[in-house]
Ligand binder design. Structure first.
Ligand SMILES: [Mn+2]
Length: 486
């Protein structure tokens, strides 16, 4: 069989492509989804190893695919590019013509990109994801090989369930990725963190005193699975974004018991509702922060229907202290969204979230400094920008520093700073999962201005020149290198 090509129609095609690239290995012996798979995947990710298909998990009734995005190369294959910057450039080119400014500019810009390349989902009437239908008492989440990832986790979790909701008033759809704790054979904990789009939908439903319909899809085509993680502004449809990335429309089908649509070629779909006011303790769960997040009350999904393909494959992901599979996902997002962030903050030349910073803990930004306190202006802009606002530490460097070269960044951040002048300390919202802030949801933030300082900033000593060897000598030594006998 020929290797399937991008855009992949479903998870199975992507796995076939990975297998023919030598990027997928099958594990044929029985393996325990409680902890054993977690340890295997963590080691595999650390070694930049292949995607894994566990053919015989000892819980559930189907094989489990994992680590499918575990290297930058596989993530790029999933998105049909060699380099993530290709997508950023496509977005950048489309919005350049009329240079919108500011936050609304970015939203308009992104909206325009999506409309210019408008590839909305295509509705189909029959779908592989509904080949098998289980309703009411036949629903059993134990058919899925949900994982226990860490020894003190509160139970079984489903970590790659693509969650579909609609805003109860505007009808706008959201696709998001939230961990799901299996409370019983037909209920799940919805870990809707405070800053997330589905959380907002749920809040509106509760205000109206209405049930919120929810549909969760497991094992979608890799672009849709990636799009669920993308930090899109709340009113931008993830499926329009997925269509733009795929270059082809996503086929969707009506759910059987809720007024929502799901990808027709999903492997497994759960349909149900969240009752207003209902909460159940959720957690603990070992998250990507590298720590257990504490038990908190979260909404509960009552699953009323479970549909699936005839021979489904379940998809999941492991979260832990980096390196982990969300690293490549985050790096793709960083490159894809850079042109949009530049629209919002045009001063940014380049930026990078170092992996040990777990996304929100550290952002390095390079700028071409033009006026006094320019670095401080950029810090304020970042702290005001959509989900970047959750960033705790911002390091600003000059544009002759590559933000991905962490040794060079550290050299500047350690050496170019007078802490009485170049440190900004403030407070603001922090990630729901942040454990260091003294209270939940907000805390202290710092900005380090590691740029060269100007006389107009009160620095009158004359910034020293960096020691750089003259090019003639570099050339001479290169030429004579063998003569030295070194
Ligand atoms: Mn969204």
């Amino acid at each position: 069989m020929a290797r399937p090509r991008f855009p992949f129609t479903d998870l199975r095609e992507f796995l076939t492509a990975l297998e023919s690239d030598g990027e997928l290995k099958r594990v044929r012996v029985p393996v325990d989804p409680t902890l054993e798979i977690s340890e295997i995947v963590t080691r595999t990710v650390r070694d930049q190893g292949p995607a894994l298909l566990f053919e015989r998990p000892t819980r559930g009734e189907m094989p489990l695919a994992i680590n499918i995005f575990g290297t930058d190369r596989r993530m790029a294959t999933a998105l049909g590019v060699k380099d993530f910057d290709e997508i950023g450039a496509r977005i950048g080119d489309l919005i350049k013509p009329d240079l919108p400014m500011g936050f609304s500019g970015m939203m308009d810009g992104l909206g325009k990109v999506m409309q210019l390349k408008s590839l909305p989902p295509k509705k189909v009437r029959t779908a592989p994801c509904q080949e098998i239908v289980l309703k009411g008492p036949d629903v059993d989440l134990n058919k899925l090989p949900g994982l226990v990832t860490w020894p003190d986790d509160g139970g079984i979790f489903h970590n790659y369930g693509l969650t579909h909701t609609k805003h109860p008033e505007t009808g706008k759809r959201n696709l998001g990725l939230y961990r799901l704790q299996q409370h019983s054979r037909n209920t799940l904990g919805m870990h809707w963190q405070i800053h997330k789009d589905s959380t907002a939908h749920h809040a509106v439903a509760e205000r109206l005193g209405r049930r919120l319909p929810v549909a969760i899809a497991f094992g979608c085509d890799p672009v849709v699975s990636y799009s669920a993680t993308a930090p899109l502004p709340g009113d931008i449809d993830e499926y329009l974004f997925a269509g733009f990335l795929r270059g082809e429309r996503v086929e969707m089908v009506d759910c059987l018991t809720v007024p929502l649509q799901v990808p027709a070629r999903a492997q497994v779909v759960l349909e149900g509702y969240v009752e207003p006011g209902e909460r159940h303790p959720e957690g603990p769960f070992g998250d990507h922060t590298g720590f257990y997040t504490p038990v908190e009350p979260f909404p509960v999904l009552h699953v009323e229907a479970m549909t699936m393909q005839r021979d489904p494959i379940y998809h999941s992901i492991i979260t832990s202290k980096p390196p982990q599979e969300d690293g490549p996902i985050g790096r793709a997002t960083e490159r894809i969204f850079l042109p949009l962030i530049k629209l919002l903050v045009p001063d940014i030349v380049d930026m990078h979230m170092p992996e040990p910073g777990v996304f929100h803990n550290c952002l390095v930004v390079s700028i071409r400094k033009r006026y006094p306190k320019h670095a401080q202006k950029v810090m304020s802009a970042v702290w005001g920008a959509h989900l970047l606002s959750l960033t705790k530490l911002i390091v600003i460097v000059d544009d002759d520093c590559d933000p991905r070269d962490l040794n060079e960044v550290a050299f500047r951040a350690f050496g170019n700073v007078d802490y009485a002048h170049d440190l900004v300390v403030t407070s603001g919202p922090v990630d729901h999962l942040d454990h260091a802030s003294y209270q939940q949801f907000w805390g202290g933030k710092a900005g380090v201005d590691a740029t060269r300082k100007l006389p107009s900033e009160g620095y009158h000593r004359g910034w020293p020149d960096a020691t750089v060897m003259s090019p003639e000598i570099v050339a001479k030594v290169t030429k004579r290198w063998k003569e030295y006998g070194l």
